[in-house]
Design a protein around this ligand. Structure first.
Ligand SMILES: *Cc1c(COP(=O)(O)O)cnc(C)c1O
Length: 393
């Protein structure tokens, strides 16, 4: 049984996006090795379901996945993923044994993390493959770019840590002001030059998240790390170039459960925030903030019903919203699309993010845990979803 509100995950679109990204960063004239695509699956693969996404990408030929912490990495391994898994986040609060027992590739981002990993690796008598992180201006994880001469020699002396790559992360790749973005690139170049001086010659380098990848091909280096783009969404203000055709992977569906009339002057919902100024019909959709909708969508957002936009009125409740359907002929049971396409209309995650002033990443990750993910992986299924008549789950 599937609740009336569910997310459809178009696995075929995900694989298409992965291949499109790989092709995009592989210029036809490539003399050198094209950048690798490290697929970012943190936070339950941006709400899409990490296990299914991981296996689909492995199927599509992905060579490396990345997640936020050891626990996420262990979950992926337990589900049968065999390709390398890079762990981005801080290690100190996690159980480091998981790194060894589940063959994860940790990020070494501080002297203490390096020491802890070195000690366990030495005790187990193994050489641990890891990536080194340099902080070039984000001021979050990583060795400070301007202090490497002091911090790195000890780390590099470990015979139990094998550095496979070095990376950094941009703070403002999606901002119109490019100054910090440029500065971080220069600092990263200088840092990796210093690494060669310290004896780590020609280590593969990576830096680009989705925004950087779209914005500046100089950031592609030896690998790129897209998250958002894989899921078919683009960072605000950075439309995907025509050479990169992406398809949304997640769509959010529901059905009308009730329709009722309101007299002029009556109000609807908590706080009585919507007042009917004419005879009005509202429809109730069984999806609320417990499902990931944002309370700020009230009075701003819309949903699709019968291929048209119906505004969200009243308040966003825990389990439901109300929409104004005065101009529409609707009945209980009618299909509703909260994110995605129906008829010729479409509401993308970028638009929803704009309504409430956030990034598309947050909209995807919000998709609530009680929402069932319905996976489809055939071209026919996805064609049906695009025509606005998704097959019933
Ligand atoms: C989340 C993350 C990414 C991917 O970011 P997108 O904007 O979704 O492409 C890349 N690198 C690191 C270190 C991250 O934490």
């Amino acid at each position: 049984m599937v609740r009336p509100t569910f997310a459809r995950i178009d696995v075929a679109a995900l694989k298409t996006n992965y291949r499109a990204l790989r092709a995009f960063v592989t210029p036809p004239s490539a003399g050198r090795r094209p950048p690798q695509v490290i697929a970012v699956l943190k936070a339950n693969a941006y709400g899409h379901g990490a296990v299914t996404v991981a296996r689909a990408l492995e199927d599509a030929g992905a060579s490396m996945l990345a997640c936020a912490d050891i626990e996420e990495g262990v979950q992926l391994r337990r589900s049968g993923v065999r390709i390398p898994i890079l762990v981005f986040g801080a290690l100190s609060i996690s159980d480091l044994a998981g790194v060894f027992e589940h063959r994860l590739t940790p990020t070494v981002s501080s002297p203490s993390a390096a020491r802890a990993l070195h000690e366990i690796a030495a005790r187990r008598g193994v050489r641990l493959r890891c990536h080194l992180k340099v902080d070039t201006g984000m001021n979050r994880f990583g060795f400070r770019y301007d202090n490497l001469r002091a911090t790195l020699p000890d780390v590099l002396a470990s015979r139990h840590l094998v550095f496979e790559a070095v990376y950094t992360h941009f703070a403002t790749a999606d901002a119109s002001d490019a100054s910090l973005f440029e500065q971080q690139q220069q600092r990263f170049d200088a840092s990796t030059a210093l690494l060669s001086e310290l004896g780590l010659a020609a280590l593969p380098r990576h830096a680009a998240n989705s925004a950087a990848l779209l914005r500046d091909r100089r950031t592609w280096l030896d690998a790129v790390r897209p998250g958002l783009l894989l899921y078919g969404a683009v960072p605000d203000g950075l439309p995907a170039p025509t050479a990169l055709r992406l398809r949304p992977v997640l769509s959010l569906h529901s059905r009308i459960v009730a329709v009722k009339g309101m007299r002029p002057g009556e109000t609807c919902g908590y706080g009585a925030r919507f007042r009917a100024d004419r005879p009005t019909r509202v429809a109730v959709i069984p999806a609320g903030y417990a499902d990931g909708l944002d309370v700020r969508m009230a009075g701003v957002g819309a949903v699709l019903v019968r291929g048209r936009r119906a505004p969200i009125v009243g308040s966003v409740c825990m389990d439901s919203i109300t929409i104004d359907v005065t101009e529409m002929d609707v009945s209980p049971g009618d299909r509703v699309v909260l994110i995605g396409a129906q008829g010729g209309e479409c509401i993308g995650v970028g638009e929803v993010a704009d309504w409430i002033g956030t990034v598309p990443h947050e909209i995807l990750c919000r998709t609530g845990s009680r929402i069932e993910r319905v996976y489809s992986d055939t071209e026919t299924d996805s064609a049906a979803a695009e025509s606005g008549e998704p097959a019933a789950p």
